[in-house]
Design a protein. Sequence first.
Length: 442
Amino acid sequence: MSTGAPPPIRRLPDGTVKQLGPLTGTRVWTVPGRANRPLAAARTEPRHLAPGESDRLCAFCVDRQLETTPEKVRLVGPDFTPITHVPPARLRDTTPEFRRFGNLFEIVSAEYWRENHGFRQPSTIVEWAREYLSTAEGRAHIAALADIRAAASGVAVSLEEAALDLLGGSHDVIVARRHVLDGATTDDQLASSGTLTPDEHAAYTAFTVRSLAEIQAAQPHAAYVAVFQNWLRPAGASFEHLHKQLVAIDEHGPQVDHELRLLSHDRLLYQHEIADLAVAEGLVVAATDGAVAFAGVGHRYPTLEVYSTSTANLPQEHSPAGIRAVSDLVHALHAATGPLVPTNEEWHYRPPGAPWPMPWRIMLKWRVSTPAGFEGGTKIYVNTIDPWELRRRTVAELERLQAEGLIAPGIRVGDACTPEDAHLRYAESDDGAAPDDPDGEW
Ligand SMILES: [Zn+2]
């Protein structure tokens, strides 16, 4: 650190907490007296559900599977067995615990890869499209979706072209079975990440990791696959139905570039700037063998951070136990957050082409405030909950959930964690240059 820079986190005499994001430079203030505002998003009055209505509340619901694009994979049964390419006439034969399909309204479209990168769909997708269009149900499904896309874009394409784009896109959605809890009687009893069992959440996470690897492999022009989960409308979700999104992109964005420049001088950047800071400031929230959770410093929104402590970097390079460790902590933090708080879950990891090691980490952001004119004018963000208060609340809730057996066994909560729990090993497999190598600039 250069001398004279303010510390990443400090409390002023009046109680104001000032933060500086160690990796982003984001400036955040928490002023006293605003922390006890309610966290849950305002909702309309709960509405009573008619029989069967809980399976058709939105286009991601299990009774409305033809409103989403052709299904790529589903997981069924207690062992979450994958089934690929279920034809439209067979969608109701099994109950998907999780299903993956292309986003009907992609951020980065199939046309983008075709027009900008000359990407042509491989024969497997061409063959699947031909097969899909060979049945009346398949043709009707593609035609209905093509009409919706044509109405939105103003551009009509042939059925064959529409099928290729819908089946071969690289922006996918993974949807969970439930919209509301099993047996729910009102529409506010939402099924969130935290209401899944630890085993269901582990299947959801492992499915997302496999999907990430498959999308990366299927799109040779992708530099990165962004993975995120928007929960509730204030956090950007179109539907209040649990889902994750994966989007292949052809650059990884300026924040990764910035962190790679920092890493070129210090391979242990995340240990030094994040983990050691969390230990020093008492911000370790929980740990398990393979992952650790911190109350993050310098975020626009209260943010819980889960870091893999594995030597692996990319999610798909982790062992099943390593993925499970990350999943168990993320699940526990979602459970502690509660289903009525809007959140963004963001995955970060080493882009496949990046020269320096980076840990897999997942940010869980509580979208409990909206940056407004003060933030726009000053670039100082007012966050209503400082990291110490975030840790205090989360630890208290984790202890309650643990006593009730609602989070995975083996999680160490709060003061049960040790500094060794915050030892990140992502750089231990690095065979690159020495940390101070001047040729290391990237
Ligand atoms: Zn739904």
